[in-house]
Design a binder for this molecule. Structure first.
Ligand code: SER
Length: 881
């Protein structure tokens, strides 16, 4: 059975049992502050479990793109070394939200595995939760009894809290679970050692395939378990492992999920994959790392997360770099490789995750640039390695860690390079630094938000802000105070609200809450936490049960609406002018301006920008009324050509915003003007690149645009004032620039002339010490390049020379040291170390090699002393020999 068929059979099976098949949520999790990436199929249903969201379908099944590379579940360092861990994997899941429970979940799992997929029931084991006294939880006897229908008692095993009580993170929905394990070893091996002894023992062929979780509790941050109002089922089956079991393979990498990609890399690099697992099997490990990591990187980018230097972007960058390091070192491949796999990957997933197919050029481009950039960094890292200070023939743990962390060097690579030079690496030191960093990133990955104080049992907030700026009779439902650095942040949830919570690029509303007795509470911001609308306030109401009046800052909101509608008009204009490859890649809508990031490969020309601006302006002048379809079926919106965003989670019904049927139609939850005329004026203020293949436009509307134009005119006027005759100003400025260039050139020629004279003077100052000709002098205001040339010219005249030159300008200092290569070894001199020793004199720094080094600083007064210091050091060495 091919993998595509295996996946489809899962959907068909649960569809027949009344389940709604839903799409995978994006792999990047933007809506839950406790998670960076989706790490389980149940993430998108967290609110269904907690009861904060209305349940539309009580039985649901899907395949979810998951990533376990940060936070509570992190497998990254295992990936590639074994046959069954992955960064991105697919989790097949079926859910019951307050519908069926343990009995159906267990029976259906058994039926699917043994009847539909034809797995041998004799090779299956079930584990059940043994109980945990600290949580006052008993053994799951119910699950045990249910399994007895299918399995003999000796194949139903007790499992500890670690394995059999599933939790998504530090807090959140959780419950006891029952895992199904399969023993894929040969008959002989099974006869020799019972599979029961190998369950949960990290044996590559006795593995967990399916986890059935019985969600009954919410873990609070205090550690306490709070029972949920209803019981739910959350199951997760590792798709790639399932394929291995069904296809009778010994490794996930031998299934058709991975083999086509392995073959492609064989073709590109000329290496052959042989499915070995050991310390020495670096080539095979590299194959696995590349074919695994490309999936994580590609889908994260397709879902909107670009590699970067912080947060989720950094995690992705590191995953990509881990793969580059492996192919660079062990597949001996020093050019970009991974981006070439994207077309195949897009084809493989075309039916199940079409977002990659739709953006494959863009994704490949981003990966290509990232690979190129990192290959350059690797080269730099190698140079860096060559400059390390080595003591006792050992590379320090800290240094190995810096190479790992900053330059992305795997410890293997560092060890290999060290070995070539006859050094060892302080592995303990490296591991200590690594585990410290892991701890830091584990803490960074999740935001500890604290538990809510429940004021009333109303579960969610009704948002009324599309129609109302203010509401009376509003009640507090939850409150919480969060400690952030030294500040206390006070948060309120209301039963209904006109406040828009930051989301979809639009910033959160501000405003105030007023109590019946006139107490005024400022709302400083409004944020979203899954389904909750959270108001950040300056204080809590003295009577938390009283009625409040909630009012947003209307002027601010109107400006936000202008900029949001302008964003839609701009998006449509961009696609008209540049083409339909333009996809939204990021958006920020504030009361001051809008920022729009989109996929496009080159800088926009002045003409294109002018054209875009004028299309938007025409649409404003036409005063097009807003057409809002607040709740239409998603299929209908799609049929009507509405633009959807990748990486966005849409429900069955959606809100569709239209400005002219065939101009702009987008799915959007934000706030908009009633008619485009409100925008008055639209001006683009900047256009730039923010990453490979992504451009950014910033623009203003309304009074912001008028202000912008006024400032421009003012600037023009002040330029005009500098000229007597203001006719043909651009031509006049161009003439000035050309004159300036000419003057610059003459000046350089003069300087060069002067330096020739200076050179003659300096040559006369060369002093002989032993067999060395030494020159240590200072000059004033020399151009760096000319000075360097001069040093080399003087050196040419005298083969065994050492030249130390310092130069002072008004605010800066520079030092150059040249040491003839033979003198370097003869007297053990090193220009690089000498230059580092004088950094405090010139308040700056520099570096270089043993025969030539330079430094710059901001203290010209220290130059003479620095030169003297270097000279003394050199003389001491020369004399010491
Ligand atoms: N939430 C469980 C897991 O991730 C089952 O889906 O293993």
């Amino acid at each position: 059975m091919r993998s595509v068929e295996i996946r489809q059979k899962f959907f068909d099976f649960f569809s027949d049992k009344g389940h709604k098949i839903v799409a995978s949520a994006p792999i990047v999790n933007n809506s839950d502050p406790t998670l960076m990436f989706t790490n389980a199929g149940m993430n998108q249903f967290k609110d269904n479990f907690l009861g904060t969201k209305e349940i539309i379908h009580s039985r649901v099944a899907d395949t979810q793109k998951c990533l376990r590379v940060s936070g509570k579940h992190n497998d990254l360092e295992e990936v590639g070394l074994d046959s069954y861990h992955h960064t991105m994997f697919e989790m097949l899941g079926n859910w019951s939200f307050g519908d069926y429970f343990k009995s159906e979940a267990i029976d259906w799992a058994w039926e699917l595995l043994t009847k539909v997929y034809g797995l041998d029931g004799n090779r299956l084991y079930a584990t059940i939760f043994e109980g945990a006294s600290e949580d006052a939880l008993e053994r799951d006897v119910e699950a045990f009894d249910l399994w007895k229908k299918h399995l003999p008692e000796d194949r139903i095993l007790n499992g500890s809290k670690k394995d059999n009580f599933w939790e998504m993170g530090e807090s959140g929905p959780c419950g006891p679970c029952s895992e199904i394990h399969i023993d894929l070893r040969s008959e002989e091996e099974r006869a020799a050692i019972s599979g029961a002894d190998l369950v949960n023992q990290d044996h590559p062929l006795v593995i967990e395939v399916w986890n059935l979780v019985f969600i009954q509790f919410n873990r609070l941050l205090s550690g306490q378990l709070e029972p949920l109002p209803q019981n739910h089922v959350d199951t997760g089956m590792g798709f790639e492992r399932l394929c291995m079991a069904i296809q009778g393979k010994k490794s996930n990498y031998e299934t058709d999920v991975f083999t086509p990609f392995i073959h492609e890399i064989e073709k590109i690099t000329g290496f052959t994959y042989s499915n070995q697992y050991s310390e020495e099997a670096k080539v095979d490990t590299s194959f696995r790392v590349v074919v695994d990591h490309i999936r994580a990187v590609a889908f994260t980018i397709a879902d909107g997360q670009i590699p970067g230097n912080t947060g989720a972007g950094y995690v992705i960058r590191r995953i990509l770099r881990r793969a580059v390091r492996y192919y660079y070192t062990f597949l001996n491949w020093q050019q970009p490789l991974m981006y070439q796999l994207i077309p195949m990957l897009a084809d493989y997933f075309a039916d199940v995750f079409p977002e990659l197919q739709a953006q494959k050029d863009f994704v490949a481009k981003v990966i290509l640039e990232e690979e190129k950039g990192f290959l350059r960094t690797l080269e730099e890292g190698i140079q860096r390695f060559n400059l390390l200070t080595i003591e006792n023939n050992q590379v320090a743990g800290e240094d190995a860690f810096t190479l790992y962390d900053t330059f992305g060097f795997p410890i293997d690579l560092t060890a290999l390079m060290a070995k070539e030079k006859g050094y060892t690496v302080d592995l303990d030191g490296f591991n200590t630094a690594l585990s410290q960093q892991k701890e830091r990133s584990r803490k960074d990955a999740v935001q500890q938000v604290g538990d809510w104080n429940i004021v009333s049992d109303v579960k969610s907030t009704v948002f009324k802000g599309y129609d109302h700026d203010s509401l009376e009779g509003v009640k507090v439902t939850r409150m919480r105070s969060v400690a952030k650095k030294d500040k206390e942040i006070l948060q309120l949830v209301l039963d209904q609200t006109p406040f828009y919570a930051e989301g979809g690029g639009q910033i959160g509303d501000r405003g105030r809450l007023t109590s019946a007795n006139g107490e005024v509470i400022a709302v400083l911001n409004t944020l979203r936490e899954n389904e909750l609308i959270v108001h950040i306030v300056d204080r809590f109401p003295s009577d938390v049960h009283g009625s409040l009046k909630a009012e947003i800052d209307v002027t601010r909101r109107k400006s936000i609406e202008n900029n949001h509608s302008a964003t839609h008009l701009l998006h449509a204009a961009l696609r008209q002018v540049l083409g339909s490859h333009v996809q939204q890649k990021g958006s920020l809508v504030t009361d001051k301006y809008l920022r729009f990031d989109f996929s496009h490969y080159e800088k926009l020309s002045t003409e294109e920008l002018a054209q875009i601006e004028s299309i938007v302006q025409e649409k404003i002048t036409a005063n097009i009324p807003l057409q809002e379809d607040r709740s239409i079926p998603i299929a209908e919106a799609q049929a009507k050509g509405a633009m959807m965003l990748f990486g966005e989670k849409y429900g069955d019904t959606v809100r569709m915003i239209t400005f002219e049927e065939d101009y702009s139609r987008e799915l959007c939850g934000g706030c908009h003007v009633d008619a485009t005329g409100n925008l008055q004026l639209f001006r683009i203020t900047s256009e730039s690149a923010i990453a490979a293949g992504i451009r950014r436009i910033e623009a203003v509307t309304g009074s912001g645009a008028i202000q912008y134009v006024n400032n421009e005119i003012e600037e023009l006027n002040s330029i005009r004032a500098l000229f007597k005759n203001t006719v043909g100003l651009p031509g006049q400025i161009q003439k000035l620039q050309e004159e300036n260039k000419g003057l610059q050139k003459s000046l350089e020629e003069l300087k060069l002339e002067g330096s020739k004279q200076l050179k003659t003077e300096l040559v006369n100052k060369l002093e002989a010490h032993n067999d060395v000709m030494l020159l240590a002098e200072c000059t004033d205001g020399m151009d760096g390049k000319i000075l360097k040339n001069m040093v080399f010219e003087i050196a040419q005249l005298h083969p065994s020379s050492i030249i130390v030159m310092g130069d002072r300008s008004e605010t800066s200092a520079q030092i150059l040291i040249y040491i003839d290569k033979e003198l370097v070894s003869k007297y053990e001199l090193n220009a690089g170390s000498l230059i580092r020793s004088i950094s405090s004199y010139i308040k700056g720094g520099g570096g270089g090699q043993a025969f030539f080094a330079t430094a710059g600083g901001k203290n010209p007064d220290g130059v003479a002393e620095a030169v003297q210091h270097i000279k003394d050091d050199i003389l001491t060495k020369i004399k010491a020999v």
